[in-house]
Design a protein around this ligand. Sequence first.
Ligand SMILES: CC(C)(COP(=O)(O)OP(=O)(O)OC[C@H]1O[C@@H](n2cnc3c(N)ncnc32)[C@H](O)[C@@H]1OP(=O)(O)O)[C@@H](O)C(=O)NCCC(=O)NCCS
Length: 189
Amino acid sequence: MRYFRRFRMEFNFSEHEVPAAVLPPGYRFVAWKPEDLDRHSVTKFGCFRDELDSMVFPSLSSLAGCRRLMLEIASQRTFLPQATWLICRDGESSNNKPVDCGTIQGLANGRDAGSVQNVGVCPDYRGLGLGRALVLQALAGFQAAGLRRVFLEATAENGPAVELYRSVGFRLIRTTFRQVPDESPAASE
Ligand SMILES: CC(C)(COP(=O)(O)OP(=O)(O)OC[C@H]1O[C@@H](n2cnc3c(N)ncnc32)[C@H](O)[C@@H]1OP(=O)(O)O)[C@@H](O)C(=O)NCCC(=O)NCCS
């Protein structure tokens, strides 16, 4: 077995304002539509395929796994479209089609709490503020849905993600461990 330390973090709307999400010029948010499920899956795969979290959650290491995961998220009764977004960049590809650069999904876990699922920004677009914008845009959606708190989990070794969440106002509430079998292809290095 391999063990990964995970941080459970909480954002409480009574403790922090949620600043408006700002995107760099040329980028825009795409609100959730069921027909965009595959765009989210493909973007999720692009964001996670070579990352630590694809060892922790082997489904993130394949496109088929990301499709299954997105279907599972989007078909839950608690799925929250207002907290589910893509960021795309217009007119960058040779055929002038928008390029999807980042994705986030949200669930409403209980009467007053939500949870963020799988924030990801594709490698070529990191460091531009897109990760922060995705988290703030999702938080605004949770708040609009009347939720008071939002939870998420991050792998402790995932410095960029942990720093991002801390900088937005999430605080560590618990440390857990996730065990991944050695025989899982994603657990071998
Ligand atoms: C985590 C991730 C979403 C960050 O996206 P990003 O667009 O590069 O982040 P931003 O440019 O919005 O940066 C926002 C803040 O995050 C933190 N951060 C981002 N990259 C960082 C890095 N390499 N090292 C340390 N902190 C970093 C900083 O606090 C930064 O604020 P600053 O620019 O004022 O210093 C991105 O690295 C990613 O997709 N990683 C792979 C998938 C993943 O692990 N997702 C998280 C699952 S829990």
